[in-house]
Design a protein. Structure first.
Length: 133
């Protein structure tokens, strides 16, 4: 018998490299959506802060009851005259971009108007947009 040469069967294994998945539009859309949502939330916060600053009736209670603003009058975009009560003394102050200055100490206190109850939010909103409540 002739020796037959048995060769091991040659198996060709191919290395299959996975092709990188193309960046799908879904990924780009989710990032864009997240950025849009973030900008929207920050814009909403800034808008609400601006409205709270502009609308009357949202001021908190005074930190010191012995110091209060009796009245004020706007003289320009950045200047105003303010009457401040400090205990029993009332001061006329000039407030502007350059700072605050005492203009006069009043010999007789100004009459203090009775505090009014702050209206409900719906009434403030209707007044702000010119609608009757």
């Amino acid at each position: 018998m002739a020796a037959q040469a048995t060769a091991a069967p040659t198996s060709t294994t191919q290395l299959v490299r996975p092709t990188p998945a193309p960046s799908s539009p879904a990924n780009a859309g989710s990032i864009g959506g997240a950025v849009f949502a973030l900008v929207l939330v920050i814009g909403l916060i800034l808008l609400l802060a601006w409205l709270a600053k502009r609308m009357p009736g949202f001021g908190g209670a005074a930190a010191n009851p012995a110091l209060r603003v009796v009245g004020s009058l706007s003289l320009g975009p950045r200047e105003r005259v303010v009457v401040v009560a400090v205990g029993d003394t009332q001061l006329l102050l000039g407030v502007g971009a350059g700072g605050t200055r005492t203009l006069h100490t009043l010999s007789e206190p100004l009459p203090v108007a009775a505090p009014t109850a702050s209206p409900a939010f719906a009434q403030l909103l209707a007044q702000h947009f010119g609608k009757k409540a």
